[in-house]
Design a protein around this ligand. Structure first.
Ligand code: SAM
Ligand code: SF4
Ligand code: FES
Length: 330
């Protein structure tokens, strides 16, 4: 698709045909099975000050936590017990776990469970990424958030646009399956910028693409901004499915939080992954990137049942394999 075609599709009111085509491409290239990635939000400590995020270091109203590596191991064990074939370990950036402790944890999980591990811990050095990969992590998620250098500078005032993209290159070089993505509906973001984001996501030839609506958080400098919409986010998802064919694309928590039924709609227009929360319930209320986040009061088992029902009601199945990249052998 050309930039103009993408801009046109992002601007149309009636997207049923686009969604139908994305669903057809999804079925053809990744099938009906939905991959479940158990999400462990292991620390809300963050050294960055992103203007959109509730975990930003200047937010003094957050009770910070760091799960011990034993607690993270136990949460992984719970995910394994629920039958999940892959895990996502997510945290704030620079949340100060010594790299050797993280590597020991990864070796322990991989030693005892047959489970794929995805990390989402922000920017690190090339050496740290290499150590995490060697210790057994399979995949890494690092969204570039927006391809507009100017907007990026406003949203992530203490990060560097070039370094974020450098990290994506390093992650690939050290052997990770790589995921990236954007937020949709950011203040100051135009459809032209989103079209550029989509073209860059296509060019990066990613194994995984994570997108979600921006949701204004009252605890941040963007408290008065207008949130993104599910409709525009789903159009971005559908276009990405059609363009990238077999990337793994989740129906994200933000899609389910901004509108009831958001994840179900995403699964019907291109998504093939869900991320049930397996964070111990006592920590969940402290990991609020944005308001009205779903599953805050639920137990891991509740989310498992909920997700199984959702998949079944859509006539889809739960994948029985780890859901590794489909791009590896291309
Ligand atoms: N700290 C790491 C990082 O920033 O890459 C990983 C965790 S961070 C919480 C994961 C993602 O949350 C970010 O990439 C961002 O897209 C999303 N996020 C943060 N605040 C958000 C908000 N207010 N609305 C929607 N998504 C948000
Ligand atoms: Fe920290 Fe990530 Fe939130 Fe930015 S988006 S404040 S790096 S947790
Ligand atoms: Fe957590 Fe529905 S996924 S309760």
């Amino acid at each position: 698709m050309t930039r103009d075609e993408i801009i046109h599709l992002l601007s149309i009111d009636e997207a049923a045909a686009l969604f139908g085509e994305a669903d057809r491409v999804r079925r053809l290239h990744v099938g009906d099975a939905v991959h479940l990635r158990g999400l462990i939000e292991f620390s809300n400590a963050c050294g960055r000050d992103c203007t959109y995020c509730g975990l930003r270091r200047s937010n003094g109203n957050v009770q910070r936590y760091r799960m011990s590596t034993d607690e993270i191991f136990d949460a992984a064990k719970a995910a394994d017990g629920l039958g999940y074939k892959s895990l996502v370990l997510q945290s704030g950036e620079n949340c100060q776990y010594p790299i050797k402790d993280m590597c020991a944890l990864l070796r322990r999980i991989k030693g005892e469970m047959d489970i794929a591990i995805t990390l989402s811990m922000g920017e690190k050095t090339r050496e740290e990424y290499a150590l995490l990969k060697q210790a057994g992590a399979d995949r890494y998620l690092l969204r570039f958030e927006t391809s507009s250098e100017e907007l990026f500078a406003q949203l992530k005032p203490d990060s560097s646009f070039k370094e974020r993209f450098q990290c994506l290159t390093w992650l690939r070089e050290v052997g990770f399956q790589v995921g990236s993505g954007i937020m949709v509906g950011l203040p100051g973001q135009t459809v032209e910028m989103i079209a550029d984001d989509i073209l860059i996501l296509e060019k990066l030839d990613l194994d995984m693409i994570g997108i979600g609506p921006f949701i204004a958080n009252p605890e941040t400098p963007l408290k008065n901004a207008v949130s993104g919409t599910l409709d525009l986010t789903l159009k971005v998802l559908a276009i990405l499915r059609i363009m990238t064919k077999n990337a793994h694309i989740p129906a994200t928590t933000a899609m389910g939080s901004i509108e009831k039924g958001g994840r179900e709609r995403a699964l019907k227009c291109g998504a093939n992954v869900l991320m049930p929360n397996v964070t111990p319930t006592k920590y969940r209320e402290h990991y609020q990137l944005y308001p009205n986040k779903i599953c805050i009061k639920d137990q891991p088992g509740d989310c498992s049942l909920c997700i199984a029902g959702m998949v079944r009601s859509l006539g889809r199945t739960i994948a029985t394999d780890a859901g590794h990249s489909l791009k590896v052998n291309i």
